[in-house]
Design a protein around this ligand. Structure first.
Ligand code: N01
Length: 532
């Protein structure tokens, strides 16, 4: 094969792309990873904002594929900070000698399938062209920054940043008047840290959010030893779970237990902290009355923490049930609004009209600022894929195929796009789970598929339209059984990006059920895929 001819082009060198490259070694297929950034890490390379850390615990927000790796790596905190996860991924790249097949600073702009040769042509911003039998996207679900189109941003006299594109050498906020727009998981992490650095912080909140205390702490050697001795069981529970976490959702209904007992369970979960709060009862995501008990518990906590009653009422979420948007976890988020130097502005009541040369103007007046931080999230799930001009058979674009929202078979393939695999694509559990767990399952499945094709002498694998239709119907049906589609402003639905089709994108049937469905497809000889 020529210089830029490979078996597989992998797009992205985060958690997914690194493991994909590792698995492709030894399959007989040559592979290259094309990565826009100048280093590995994906999400953890780009999101360097103050306070950035993981909402899953370190010991399981990690790869399970190598016993040596999980035994030798030493996590220092319950929730690892961005630098620590980046260091981990850099270690993985070195330990498994991955860098020699990664091209950094190489942004993929176009990928087109050639009907004649049956190969993909992959084009980069720098003018390179690669030819491959397979393309695997490892572009992440939350990597296309959503920067709101607010009039006047170009004329702002201060500095502005999106949290997902934070400057590598940091930003000095000392003595500055800072505005943070957005109160999702990112805003809730960044706000308490910025409040400590800035002269004054103004928080522009459009939707009040539930948040559970993270209760971060250093991990001691005893805990590390216990985890390392128990990894086999921990990983087994993750794979048998709904969300890829090493704990199962309680089988008890929130409505089955007396009120004092229910309260005690919530109190204990609040004290323990973290996303596990959501697992307190079986029906929090399927029964509105059950969910109300959790939502009301958290609202009471907010009212108890925030001293000023008017501010507390603005912070209390009333427009969506708990956990129907991705629940944040925090370190002193609500407490931050008790600080003298923090102001909360409700931009649902008084919307932002304009960014002026000196600050942000809402319908209620102007806030003078030196720095604006957009913690406004991402064009989630579809954005990273549609930012690449992907063209399948007959020159049909992915953008055309997904004009009314994403359609996939198993979140792994799209009909009309042979030999293209999408790690954690729409229609797979992805963002509803602990990402490394879902990533490993997808990478393993894709590896098995391409090895099968090679062994059987098959050139081409493509989802059939019928299998795709049936999967999309199943994804919708499963989502409709939950309360998840009820959060009108959720990025799961694409509602945060103006003009984006409103479709519930991830698969809500749970990680274990999904992985079973994928395994059955393999066992049954790949029904729903055309192999030619
Ligand atoms: O983004 P978001 P995020 N004017 O979309 C507001 C993962 N994550 O970066 O809700 C004013 O959740 C928007 O308001 P609304 C995690 O999966 C993980 O915080 O659309 N406000 C919302 O408040 C998470 O869910 C970790 O009404 C505007 C906020 O900006 C996902 O990433 C850490 C606006 C955006 O919240 C995304 O989180 C952080 C506008 N024009 C994130 N546009 C870890 O595990 C948007 N908003 C470490």
């Amino acid at each position: 094969m020529g210089r830029n001819e490979v078996g597989v082009v992998v797009v992205g060198a985060g958690f997914a792309g690194l493991y994909m490259l590792h698995r492709l070694r030894g399959t007989g297929l040559s592979a290259v990873v094309l990565e826009a950034g100048d280093g590995v890490g994906g999400t953890w390379y780009w999101n360097r904002y103050p306070g950035a850390r993981c909402d899953s615990e370190s010991y399981y927000y990690s790869y399970s594929f190598s016993e040596e790796l999980q035994q030798e790596w030493e996590w220092t905190e319950r929730y690892p900070a961005q630098e620590e996860i980046l260091r981990y991924l850099e270690h993985v790249a070195d330990r498994f000698d991955l860098r020699r097949d990664i091209r950094f600073g190489t942004r993929v702009t176009r990928a087109e399938f050639d009907d004649g040769t049956g190969r993909w042509g992959v084009h980069t911003a720098g003018g390179q062209r690669w030819s491959a039998q397979f393309v695997v996207t490892a572009v992440g679900c939350l990597s296309a920054a959503n920067i709101p189109q607010i009039p006047g941003l170009d004329g702002f006299g201060g500095d502005w940043f999106h949290t997902g594109r934070w400057p590598h050498d940091g930003v000095d906020l000392a003595g500055k008047r800072v505005g943070v727009v957005g109160t999702g998981s990112t805003g809730i992490q960044v706000i308490p840290v910025v409040a400590e650095q800035a002269a004054h912080l103004t928080v522009f909140q459009r939707t009040a959010n539930y948040s559970i205390p993270a209760r971060n702490s250093p991990v001691d050697q005893a805990f590390r030893d216990e985890v390392k001795a128990g990894y086999a069981d921990i990983r087994a529970v993750q794979r048998a779970s709904t969300n890829g976490h090493p704990f199962l959702i309680s089988p008890t209904s929130a409505l089955e237990v007396p009120e004092d007992e229910r309260r005690a369970i919530y109190e204990a979960a609040w004290e323990r902290g973290g996303l596990r709060f959501r697992a307190s009862f079986a029906d929090l995501l399927v029964d509105r009355a059950a969910n109300d008990t959790a939502s009301e518990f958290i609202r009471d906590k907010i009212r108890g923490i925030v001293h000023d009653p008017a501010t507390a009422e603005k912070l209390v979420p009333l427009d969506h049930p708990f956990a129907t948007k991705r629940p944040p976890i925090d370190t002193h988020y609500f407490e931050t609004f008790n600080r003298e130097n923090v102001t909360l502005v409700d931009v649902r009541a008084t919307p932002i009209e304009q960014i002026t040369s000196t600050g942000v103007r809402t319908t209620a007046g102007e806030h003078e600022l030196d720095v604006i931080v957009f913690a406004t999230g991402f064009d989630a799930m579809t954005g990273p894929l549609l930012n690449i001009d992907v063209r399948g058979t007959g020159g049909v674009t992915l953008r055309e195929r997904w004009a009314a929202g994403p359609v996939t078979y198993l979140g792994l393939q799209v009909a009309g796009f042979p030999n293209l695999f999408t790690i954690t694509g729409p229609g797979s559990p992805s963002v509803l789970t602990n990402m490394p767990t879902s990533i490993e399952q997808h990478v393993d499945w894709i590896t098995d598929a391409v090895v099968h094709l090679r062994e059987e002498g098959i050139d081409r694998m493509e989802a059939t339209p019928a299998a795709e239709d049936a999967w999309v119907a199943h994804v919708n049906e499963v989502a409709a059984r939950t309360l998840l589609p009820e959060a009108a402003t959720s990025w799961y639905l694409g509602a945060n990006v103006p003009g984006k089709p409103r479709v519930f994108m991830p698969y809500a049937g749970g990680f274990a059920a999904y992985a079973r469905a994928c395994a059955e497809v393999v066992a049954d000889g790949y029904p729903g895929f055309e192999l030619t």
